[in-house]
Write a protein that binds this ligand. Sequence first.
Ligand code: HMN
Length: 294
Amino acid sequence: LEKFKGVFPALYACYDDTGEISRERTMSLCNYLYEKGVKGLYVGGSSGECIYQNLEERKATLKYASEAVKGKLTLIAHVGAPSTRESKILARYAAELGYDGLSAIPPIYFKLPESSIYNYWTEIIDSTDLPFFIYNIPQTTGYSLSLDLFKKMLANKKVKGVKNSSMPVLDIERFKRAGGDDIIVFNGPDEQYVAGRLMGADGGIGGTYGVMPELFLKAEEFVTSGGFKNARAIQGDINDIIIALTSLNGSMYSVIKEILKLKGMNLGSVRAPLEGVSGEDLNKVKDIKELIDS
Ligand code: HMN
């Protein structure tokens, strides 16, 4: 499981100027993050705007990321989709491409009982031989993974852990305690990376890593070496930046993409209904970039 321990940026959706998935831009973002020294990538998650893309588009992104960094970075494919059928198509495709692991949110839109969530994840898991990581993100799905269902899922040997984006760090401790060294727990809330690591997370997957990979890699280094005072200081810097990123109009991902544009990496914009940055706020983007660079 060593290859799943560390800093995993959640890959941003990369579009061309007409809003279509861009092979070139996806590959250059993957290469950029590889050169920064991250451990792996989480492809097609929230930051990948998965829910606003059709199957062909999601397959294209999975393919381009693997073309860029397969064998160099650990690749996890997020395959959660509205139906079980579509999720399995994505899962099998990721396996064909040679991905290292799979992940999925619980079913969305209809509020389904835990038995349906169990069946959904199990059908995805049964469709390939890949290790599977549950994606717990109650803020967006409305379902908060229970310890009961987690333990039930762990009975399946292909379930190798959870990407936990719920805010209580206690959840990370409980999930890690339930699976110990046999599983990987990924910290989800970037604002609590250091806390998550201390409470048992083996690393993290995050939506803001891509715009400031150096800071998360540094925080990781300090946590590993036991330099907690320094780790906390970096977490503070990270949190100033996250608060700034989420203070403008437009989605956080559009703010991030504007910053990356200023750094010379054009990933296009975000897909509606996510909104771009506009007006006065475009000037503020420059200040946030400076905050990151300082
Ligand atoms: C992904 O799936 O693409 C992200 O990793 C999701 C991730 O856990 C984010 N959580 C939410 O969006 C609720 C965080 O990285 C989040 O963006 C960050 O903590 C800033 O609030």
